[in-house]
Write a protein that binds this ligand. Structure first.
Ligand code: BG6
Length: 477
């Protein structure tokens, strides 16, 4: 048997991409509640003035307002996850449900009660909750008042939020993650850190500052978790970028190394307890002062994570040649050119199962901490047939090959892997485009890109396939 007996098979979702009920039961508006749908919404379609001016009733369609209505339908959805045999469900807590403004003196009891009900329902089905404290959203009030994570004032607010949920769910949640894809804050500052960048010249310095503040908050959260929940485990989360040099030209290989430096520098801090030395030089050479002090360094050093989790969807290639560099793939938020040896998804993400095995070995070698694949999957357009059935063999094929490589990494390479949660195990709102039509799920949700549809759920072909994968502990692929 390749995968250990207690391997945590399951699925992953996030609060804002599923829950909806965006103002229900005392929840405050969060940053993702002001995002319209559409490609490029994370970087372009975004009106800073409207966000700052506190528009109460914005016009237009906001996909996250209803999302897939998980808030009201989670029992039905959990029953389906249980039918597939899930051992774990990764989801996030919406900070704005617990502290509607982020800096409130008291938490919102109804928000806390919602997650009580959700985690109880998980446990009833024998599903271990794996909870992300911050998955690309925060109370919008914190953007308006502090401009998000660029301000150190957010650190104690976040730690207070984390301690509140640790105290409340200490008997229910044993696996925690601090920040989703912390490295993405360097690329999509509003989603990653609730920060509005007015002057592009300031972007780099603001992004690194926001990241530093998140790193300190993450370490303080790890400390609180270890103290308050000695039996729990808390991890970091990064977007894994397996990158290949476009050619064997040394300059191309150097590009690859630089991309890895930049991509993993924050996880380096979370897992090893200090910034890598190249970063100190980088900050000096770029005249970036993120405000590191001796106390921060001590906190970072003493509070490293228990495991390293990551999301992996695609690999990329990097080149030092400006002409080749200009052929950027549409799927890449950052870096990367088209790799001629790989096929891409409809959204331009380059499909590369071996890249997952590379990522697992790379991360295991770099950190020597248990790993957890908390996101992997194929975003595709599903077309129900005349009977409404979805034969998503392309999704099965994608997942089969990726799980096969995860298995090889465990069995043949000796990587310690805690679990695998497939992203978007039920169709949900796409983070990058706000679309519903970019579907990842084993469960179809009847909702379209304009907000129409009955929200009814039904099983796709991949549902039965994944159920068998779990039942055989990854032997039957
Ligand atoms: C990850 C995020 O980067 O990618 C998820 O953590 C996101 O929130 C997922 O949904 C897939 O990206 P997209 O843009 O297809 O939803």
């Amino acid at each position: 048997m390749a995968f250990p007996k207690n391997f945590l098979w399951g699925g992953a979702i996030a609060a804002h991409q599923t829950e909806g009920a965006y103002l229900e039961d005392g929840k405050g508006r969060s940053t993702c509640d002001v995002l319209h749908g559409g490609k490029g919404r994370l970087t372009e379609i975004f009106d800073p003035q409207a966000i700052r001016s506190n528009i109460k009733a914005p016009r237009g369609y906001f996909p996250e307002h209803i999302a897939i209505d998980f808030y009201h339908r989670f029992r039905e959805d959990l029953a389906l996850f249980a039918e597939m045999g899930f051992k774990t469900l990764r989801t996030s807590i919406s900070w704005a449900r617990i502290f509607p403004n982020g800096d409130d003196a008291q938490p919102n009891e109804k928000g806390l009660a919602f997650y009580d009900a959700l985690f109880d329902e998980c446990l009833k089905h024998g599903i271990e909750p794996l909870v992300t404290l911050s998955h690309w959203e925060m109370p919008i009030h914190l953007t308006r008042k502090y401009n998000g994570w660029v301000s150190r004032d957010i650190i104690p607010l976040f730690v207070n939020y984390a301690k509140t949920v640790f105290a409340r769910y200490k008997n229910k949640v044993m696996y925690w993650l601090t920040f989703n894809e912390i490295n993405m804050t360097l690329h999509i500052p509003f989603l990653g850190s609730g920060m509005i960048v007015d002057d592009p010249a300031q972007k780099e310095s603001m992004c690194y500052t926001a990241c530093h503040n998140q790193l300190v908050a993450s370490a303080l959260t790890v400390r609180a978790c270890h103290k308050m929940l000695p039996n729990a485990k808390i991890g970091s989360m990064v977007t894994s970028m397996t990158a290949y040099p476009y050619t064997c030209k040394p300059e191309d290989n150097w590009e690859k190394l630089e991309l890895e430096f930049a991509n993993y520098c924050l996880t380096d801090v979370q897992a090893r307890g200090a910034y890598p030395s190249w970063m100190k030089h980088f900050f000096v050479s770029r005249k970036i002062n993120v405000g590191i002090n001796a106390r921060d360094e001590k906190i970072l050093r003493e509070n490293t994570v228990d495991f390293v989790s990551f999301g992996y969807y695609a690999s990329s290639a990097v080149s030092s040649d400006p002409v080749i560099r200009s052929q950027k793939t549409t799927g890449n938020v950052f870096g990367g050119v088209q790799n001629p040896y790989l096929k891409s998804s409809e959204w331009g993400w380059q499909i590369d199962p071996i890249g997952l095995r590379v990522a697992l070995n790379f991360l295991w070698d770099r950190y020597q901490k248990p790993l957890f694949i908390v996101e992997n999957g194929l975003g595709a357009r599903d077309m129900p047939d005349i009977n409404g059935e979805i034969h998503d063999d392309y999704r099965i094929e994608y997942l089969r090959e990726h799980i096969r490589m995860a298995k090889a990494a465990v069995e043949e390479d000796g990587v310690e892997l805690l679990g695998f949660t497939s992203w978007g195990c039920i169709d949900l709102i796409s983070a990058s485009t706000g679309e519903m039509s970019k579907r990842y799920g084993f469960i179809y949700v009847d909702r379209n890109d304009e907000g129409g549809g009955t929200l009814r759920r039904w099983r796709k072909k991949s549902f039965y396939w994944y159920r068998d994968v779990i039942a055989s502990n990854g032997e039957q692929l």
